[in-house]
Design a protein around this ligand. Structure first.
Ligand SMILES: Cc1cc2nc3c(=O)[nH]c(=O)nc-3n(C[C@H](O)[C@H](O)[C@H](O)COP(=O)(O)OP(=O)(O)OC[C@H]3O[C@@H](n4cnc5c(N)ncnc54)[C@H](O)[C@@H]3O)c2cc1C
Length: 389
């Protein structure tokens, strides 16, 4: 970690646009290094309009998405604990996690392979062991569960609040209900325009999640907003479905796929279906509240087949949005448009768990222009985007 706290000459005025989990983590890390930070959000922080809300999120470390992520995740896990300790708040329950399916199913095979090759603690449970230990998840005779003990479930709204409060403790100023209309690089500063006028900063961090395209200034769209749907099913046995007894799961089955979150509301379990399409939205504002009945029916069929201890009637269905890149990796790095602007967008359905490290990398980039923790697959220059300005 670079720190400029000792040398006031290195302290910068930094504007962070977006107060979801990425913006609040970046603000905390920047202020902890001594910078003067102002965060803008068009809503409050936390809010349920963007990607950082919806009751639960998964943390896991055996990561099929790529070996580069594992250390990033392990460091993030330590930072989550640090945040919890300093804020005296529990935002993450370490309930463990399962990837469930046939051993030759590509994602199940990839998780097993990752755990083996990177020496990560794990257990492989066959169908008999799964039924004995985790009866919440019905399995066929030829299926296995790969158990990750370093996995857990977040309460995302509380996590955003904790990161925000920790930032405030380090001096971060929040300007909520303040929409940023434009970012203008000038000769000696970067201007952030709102309806109240322009504010000048040495660096600006773009953490606008699924709204990223509106301010990024690229000539080709790099981040598309997609629609994701979550549904909640009542538990028949509350104790069985509490985090103390039920791990999160990524389920892969020929009749359906989903991520699953243990009961946090005292009555139901949340499923995010993966086998149903996550369609593109033109803009975030087009996110529909109501979805096709076929979607709900298909998810209910999957639950009836694969979660026998739930009532397969969805009692809550809600729509959410997230920003996705074309290759599924986030965009974290100096903007090719102007290197006083740092991009932290396009988290592609992954960003919550490693948001503390994204914040740390952003703070390094603002402080020195580089970060030893940066992951090359997140580098914005991989898209070679031109500037539209
Ligand atoms: C349903 C769902 C399930 C997910 N499950 C997981 C999971 O299990 N594990 C995991 O790790 N990740 C998961 N993710 C991904 C993760 O939640 C996101 O990657 C993360 O929350 C993105 O945070 P963000 O700060 O980039 O975006 P957001 O939370 O959307 O924050 C962006 C903020 O920018 C503000 N903003 C935008 N434009 C402007 C403007 N012009 N002026 C001012 N403010 C502006 C918005 O109001 C918003 O508050 C999931 C995502 C979804 C949607």
């Amino acid at each position: 970690m670079n720190t400029s706290k000792e040398n006031p000459a290195d302290q910068k005025r930094v504007g962070v646009i977006g107060a979801g989990i990425i913006g609040t983590m970046a603000a905390w890390q920047l202020a902890a290094r001594g910078h003067h930070v102002t965060v803008f959000d068009q809503w409050n922080s936390p809010n349920d309009r963007g990607a950082s809300a919806g009751e639960s999120r998964i943390f896991r470390t055996i990561y099929k998405e790529g070996p580069e992520y594992v250390q990033f995740l392990q460091k993030s896990g330590r930072m989550w604990r640090e945040l919890e300790a300093s804020q005296d708040a529990q935002v993450l329950e370490w309930c463990g996690g399962l990837t469930i399916g046939r051993p030759d199913q590509p994602e199940v095979a990839a998780v097993g392979e990752r755990a083996r090759t990177q020496g990560l603690e794990h257990r492989i449970l066959d169908a008999t062991a799964m039924r004995a230990e985790f009866p919440q998840y019905a399995v066929d005779d030829d299926e296995v569960g790969v158990f990750d003990p370093a996995a857990g479930v977040f309460r995302p709204e509380l996590a955003v609040l904790a990161a925000r409060n920790e930032g405030v403790r380090h001096g971060v100023q929040y300007r909520t209900y303040t929409k940023v209309l434009n970012i203008r690089p000038l000769a000696n500063s970067v201007a952030v325009d709102t309806a109240e006028g322009a504010s000048l900063f040495d660096s600006v961090v773009l953490a606008t999640g699924p709204w990223a395209e509106q301010l990024a200034g690229f000539d080709v769209p790099l981040v598309r907003a997609k629609r994701l749907v979550a549904a909640w099913y009542p538990v028949r046995d509350l104790t069985m479905h509490k985090p103390a007894n039920m791990p999160i799961a990524i389920r892969r089955h020929p009749e359906g796929g989903y991520s699953c979150f243990p009961c946090l509301d005292g009555m139901s379990v949340k499923i995010l279906p993966h086998h149903l399409q996550w369609p593109d939205l033109g803009t975030v504002e087009e996110l529909p509240r109501f979805i096709e009945p076929e979607f709900v029916r298909s998810a209910e069929t999957t639950v009836a087949r694969l979660m026998p201890h739930l009532d397969p009637t969805a009692i809550r269905v809600s729509t959410w949005t997230e920003g996705f890149t074309s290759d599924g990796a986030p965009i974290v790095g100096l903007s090719p448009v102007d290197d006083r602007i740092v991009l932290a967008v396009g988290m592609s359905g992954q960003g919550f768990k490693f948001s503390p490290m994204v914040g740390s990398v952003v703070a390094d980039l603002v402080s020195t222009g580089s970060s030893a923790d940066a992951i090359s697959i997140m580098d914005p220059s991989r898209f070679n985007p031109g500037a539209s300005q």
